[in-house]
Design a protein around this ligand. Structure first.
Ligand SMILES: [Zn+2]
Length: 357
């Protein structure tokens, strides 16, 4: 629990540029923070933990990703290499946890592996969408749910998952799956799979089975634990790390979309929400590539011009970034309004589309 809360607060702490600038003061603490600092006076962009001197506030511009800073015309810093990736390292760590979730993954154990726990936790969250602790707990409980489905006893599943107390196990299990350990019966033939995708606007994460896509989000914005819990409750199926035909399909479509070649996603979708949300999403999908609508126009299209706020809220909750194109909804006065994936990204997506009309 602790890790999740800490990570979430961390994200909220960096909502505004002033908060981001403030976070740069503590250089060691800034290593691995999830944004890019560009410097107007030098035209260079850096990781937050760059050893170079902290620029004046008025010279700082902040971006969600290195790709966006690059696109805006800044050059990468030669000291902190903001384009270089930690991805391979994180991927192998993820595999290691997956193979051995009950091992000791405490800060102390990570330090003994030569890793810096605080930095690692931030990077892990930014690249996967999961807090490190949340990921480990999710993997442990998922494996417990699978062995229970296969007929394992609750006490054995509890011990295998690394829980000393039955009540602690029951509580964590109930929180993850919405049901008691003794009752779980996964549809094992139909797992959902989590996969990651690189895009020029940052890494994305998808959840798919062999026939449809259930979720697609930017990793640095998504609350993965909430997403997997939601899907566990709705579908009662194992959720694993892996790729399906649909993961490959969406990856291919993303590549073509970011090249400006694809105007209409065709990956089959499963959208889960209230009737009103589904109506809103259907209207969103009807906004053509490269065009925008206001929240008020969208509310009108849904048949209730007073429902602007409800429409905006459904808009943000669709769980399928880019495909249900909520980035095409802007404020009435023509300004960008909000975006779950970050306003800089929204602006970049809209330029990508208008440039390829
Ligand atoms: Zn630098």
């Amino acid at each position: 629990m602790m890790t999740v809360h800490t990570d979430d607060m961390r994200t909220d702490d960096l909502r505004t540029d002033d908060m981001r600038y403030e976070a740069l003061k503590d250089r060691k603490g800034a290593v691995g923070l999830n944004f890019i600092l560009a410097v107007l006076s030098t035209g260079i962009f850096c990781r937050p933990g760059c050893p170079a001197r902290r620029p004046l506030r008025k010279n700082c511009v902040f971006y969600e990703t290195a790709a966006l800073a690059l696109k805006a015309g800044y050059r990468p810093c030669k000291r902190c290499h903001p384009l270089g990736g930690q991805r391979a390292a994180l991927e192998s760590l993820m595999q290691e946890i997956y193979a051995n979730p009950e091992a000791d993954w405490s800060a102390k154990a990570l330090e003994e592996k030569g890793l810096a726990p605080t930095t690692l936790r931030r990077q892990f969250k930014a690249h996967t969408g999961f807090g490190l602790g949340a990921f480990i707990r999710w993997v442990r409980l998922g494996q417990a749910a699978q062995s229970l489905t296969q007929g394992e006893t609750v006490i054995m599943a509890q011990l295998d998952a690394g829980f000393d107390s039955p009540s602690g196990f029951r509580a964590a299990f109930g929180d993850m799956f919405g049901q008691a350990p003794a009752r779980i019966k996964f549809d094992e033939q139909n797992p959902l799979c989590v996969a990651w995708h690189e895009t020029p606007m940052g890494r994305m994460v998808s959840i798919a089975d062999e026939t449809a896509l259930y979720m697609l989000e930017f990793t640095n914005r998504v609350k993965m634990l909430a997403q997997v819990k939601r899907l566990h409750r709705l579908h009662n199926r194992p959720i694993l790390v892996g790729r399906t035909v649909i993961s490959e399909h969406i990856e291919d479509e993303l590549k073509r979309y970011f090249k400006g070649e694809l105007k209409q996603f065709e990956t089959p979708l499963v959208l889960t929400g209230t009737d009103f949300q589904k109506q809103t999403w259907a209207q969103l999908c009807a906004i053509p590539y490269g065009e925008t609508r206001s929240y008020a126009q969208l509310a009108m299209a849904v048949g209730n011009e007073k429902a602007v706020r409800a429409v905006a809220s459904s808009n943000a909750k669709n769980g399928l970034a880019l495909i249900v194109p909520c980035h095409r909804v802007i404020a009435k006065d023509g300004s960008l309004g909000g975006y779950a994936g970050g306003v800089e990204r929204k602006s970049a997506l809209l330029s990508l589309e208008t440039n390829n009309l």
